[in-house]
Ligand binder design. Structure first.
Ligand code: AMP
Ligand code: MG
Length: 348
């Protein structure tokens, strides 16, 4: 199947171009569309057959549920049991990159919630996503549009390259504004738990929801024996080429060593200015939002370039820092002994 590719302005979507994709969604089709976080691959959340197709298309494990995208509180009520006390808190973040896990309505397909009693719900701020949901009139179950284990897609060209033969429509609107997935919190537990760090910061959430429990899984350090969020037990977000996590000083030394000229260095603007080997600038060290916007794009660039692999340094801290730390840990593999001995030799 060849997808119909529809170009659409992100801020001011040409509604007439979204009519056919919306009809397709409402009648069992699969549509790739831009959200403010990353591109999503969507289907009608009430349609089990269509949601099943998302899993087959992505190669996604059947026990990893989807996020249901709604236009707002009213549509949210059609897919879940929403306690009134959450509504004033939710509207502080919606529309936007916050996903909440709540008790599901039976009407949501078992496929979309992977058989769980709970469902993940969010109201996206992307004007294209909002127009699409409004026109289709149905809640849209949509995980990230990448094939399973690959980095999420944050630009239209990558969406067409990866899914051009697999879905009904692809709506293309340039680069994703946030570049990292939504934050997922569990409202069924007390205190509220962070299931996945993401584009809404923990600091902002705690101002509204009070103290939030943060597990190592949410930080990307080790995996829980019984994962809190089904997705956290799977390998994720990785480029195909090996990507190694090294320190800032190590990047500066190997980034100037000829033996590493066939590697790509994913680093801050500040570090890139200090190295000779090929680099991909993620943005300034002082602008973690900018780094987040470029991270997955850089992972995909690593796979496009003719190099043996890549090196990256850690970015962490407040705001987007927690999500960056999690994604970088998950995408990187341990430095093999042959390379670490070369790195050690350089530091002596
Ligand atoms: P993706 O959109 O590909 O990033 O995947 C959606 C994320 O939301 C995954 O990490 C899922 O495990 C998580 N998620 C979806 N539904 C639930 C749920 N009912 N309980 C916990 N986590 C969920
Ligand atoms: Mg994903």
């Amino acid at each position: 199947m060849k997808a119909v590719v529809v170009e659409c302005d992100y801020q001011n979507p040409q509604v007439e171009r979204l009519i056919e994709p919306a009809k397709s969604l409402a009648s069992g089709g699969i549509v790739v569309f831009p959200t403010e976080t990353v591109y999503g691959i969507g289907a009608n959340a009430f349609d089990g057959e269509a949601c099943g197709r998302i899993f087959r298309t992505k190669g996604r494990p059947a026990d990893n549920p989807l996020i249901v995208h709604v236009s707002g509180i009213d549509m949210a009520r059609s897919v879940c049991d929403l306690d009134d006390r959450w509504v004033p808190k939710l509207v502080k973040f919606w529309p936007g990159p916050l996903t909440v896990v709540v008790k599901s309505s039976p009407s949501v397909s078992a496929e979309a919630r992977a058989g769980l009693e709970t469902v993940a719900v969010r109201s996206p701020s992307s004007p294209v996503a909002r127009a699409l949901i409004d026109l289709s009139g149905v809640p849209v179950a949509a995980p990230s549009a990448n094939l399973s284990t690959r980095p999420s897609i944050t630009d239209g060209d990558s969406a067409v390259r990866e899914l051009g033969d697999l879905v009904d429509f692809i709506i293309v609107s340039g680069r994703s504004p946030f570049g990292i997935e939504s934050t997922v919190i569990d409202l069924t537990s007390t205190p509220v738990r962070l299931l996945r760090a993401g584009s809404t910061s923990l600091e902002e959430l705690e101002k509204v929801f009070g103290k939030i429990e943060v597990t190592d899984t949410a930080k990307g350090i080790g995996e829980d024996a019984r994962p809190l969020t089904p997705g956290s037990k799977y390998r994720h977000y990785s480029p195909v080429r090996p990507l190694y996590l090294v320190s800032r000083n190590q990047v500066i030394s190997i980034g100037n060593d000829d033996r590493f000229s066939n590697y790509l260095f994913l680093c801050s603007d500040e570090v890139a200015a200090k190295i000779r080997n090929q680099s991909f600038r993620l943005g300034s060290e002082t602008d973690l939002d900018g780094v987040a916007r470029n991270l997955y794009y850089a992972f995909r660039e690593l796979d496009q370039r003719n190099v043996r692999g890549g090196f990256i340094t850690m970015f962490s801290g407040k705001g987007m820092g927690l999500a960056l730390e999690n994604r970088i840990r998950k995408a990187t593999s341990p430095v093999p002994p042959a390379i670490s001995s070369m790195i050690e030799e350089l530091s002596n």
